[in-house]
Design a binder for this molecule. Structure first.
Ligand code: PLP
Length: 394
């Protein structure tokens, strides 16, 4: 089928829950993708931070192929090998104690919320179930994680939302401390992704972590977008000098296969006991095989490269002194450009017309989440397109 035929069929047969870009993608290699007609795009999106190893990665493809020939899925009623190797890797490299697997970021956060409430219930009984999250956060699309999300635009239509979430201003410790009355946990994205690529201040995060320890509130780090090497360390909290009680991850873990999960420290390891939480597909063997390959490739050298490439992109954009660029922010290869005088979505569409896939974030930002393996040649090619679009914007 050609691009127009595919788009027409989509409009007819698929629920229109997405405002899609006007592009059909057929194949990719590294950080480059092509339409059915052969139009080439540099990809600064990686499927919204998912395809850590880019497209057509032979090692990843072999890992999932080999696993598919052995066993694809068994349910969690049986023991299998890949998931436990993955948990060993994740816990060793994060300092956490145990893992739980599910299928997406929203589901991982839902599990973390259940865990926090049960921890508190087991220890203190009823009445201590609130969870503090930040304004401008994004934690998922289930009814509960929408309630956790600190943006009112998401609090529509689906009433009643799950009770028990209070929101505090980011980087304002006093409002968080006040909001924490009757709470069992605080949940943070260390870099607010969907909200605009806004890194939290380190001193604030450290103060919140101390406060949580003092009050026995669980600190939940939502690392769905920041985790698995995206910010230049396996998890972003490793750059913030804190040790959360619970960490959630998804997106980049399995290199493009659906997988999410929860890591907890020793204190919380036994909270979700048999029968209290589950996911049929959680730890699916093919996703686990893909994830093991991602983890194998995320060496300290590769993570250093992520840091360097991120700095290279940020420095380049800052160096253009372009009036449309208000601010360049982010960590590692999670980058936001706040835009003045133009709509980010219009610029993203212009980038696409010119051969660069680009995301937006929050009200004012373009966002880049390229594959972690993107080459400098691909970065330069993408940046040249972005520069032209930004220069023509004003
Ligand atoms: N948490 C954060 C920080 C996210 O960025 C996202 C998705 O963008 C989610 C949760 C939800 O993840 P998923 O779409 O996999 O459910």
């Amino acid at each position: 089928m050609n691009s127009n035929e595919i788009k027409d069929l989509y409009k007819e047969k698929i629920m229109q829950t997405y405002a899609r870009f006007d592009v059909v993608l057929e194949r990719g290699a590294g950080a480059t993708v092509w339409s059915p007609e052969g139009k080439e795009y540099v990809d600064f999106t990686s499927g919204i931070g998912v395809n850590s190893l880019g497209y057509g990665d032979a090692g990843w493809a072999k890992a999932i192929y080999d696993q598919a020939l052995k066993l694809q899925h068994t349910s969690n009623l049986f023991y299998t090998e890949p998931g436990v190797h993955l948990a060993s890797q994740l816990t060793k490299r994060s300092g956490m104690a145990v893992a739980f697997y599910c299928n997406s970021g929203g589901e991982a956060n839902e599990g973390a919320i259940k865990l926090a409430r049960k921890y508190s219930f087991d220890k203190y009984g009823k009445g201590r179930s609130r969870i503090v999250t930040l304004y401008n956060s994004f934690h998922g699309r289930t009814v509960t994680t929408l309630a956790a999300t600190g943006q009112d635009v998401f609090h529509n239509y689906f009433f009643p939302f799950t009770e028990g979430f209070v929101h505090a201003e980011a980087n304002d410790f006093d409002t968080l401390a006040k909001a924490a009355d009757g709470a069992c946990a605080v949940m943070l994205e260390l870099v607010q992704g969907e909200g605009g690529v806004l890194p939290l201040d380190t001193a604030y995060v450290q103060k919140v972590a101390e406060f949580c320890k003092e009050k026995d509130l669980l600190l939940l780090a939502d690392e769905v977008q920041t985790g698995i090497g995206r910010t230049g360390t396996l998890f972003a909290y490793q750059q913030y000098g804190i040790s959360p009680d619970v960490v959630t991850f998804a997106k980049g873990i399995a290199g493009g296969l659906p997988m999410g999960g929860i890591l907890t420290n020793e204190k919380c390891a036994g909270v979700l006991s048999a029968g209290t939480h589950a996911a049929t597909f959680g730890g699916n063997l093919i996703s686990s095989a893909g994830a093991l390959e991602v983890m194998r490739r995320l060496t300290p050298e590769m993570l250093d490269e992520v840091t360097k490439k991120g700095a290279y992109i940020r420095d380049a954009v800052r160096g253009w002194n372009c009036p449309a660029v208000r601010e360049v922010r982010g960590l590692g290869l999670m980058i936001g450009i706040s835009i003045a005088g133009a709509k980010p979505i219009d610029l993203a569409n212009k980038c696409i017309e010119n051969g660069l896939l680009m995301l937006t974030a929050g009200a004012d930002a373009l966002r880049m989440l390229p594959p972690l393996v993107i080459t400098y040649a691909e970065i330069d090619k993408g940046l040249a397109i972005l520069k032209k679009v930004l220069e023509e914007a004003l």
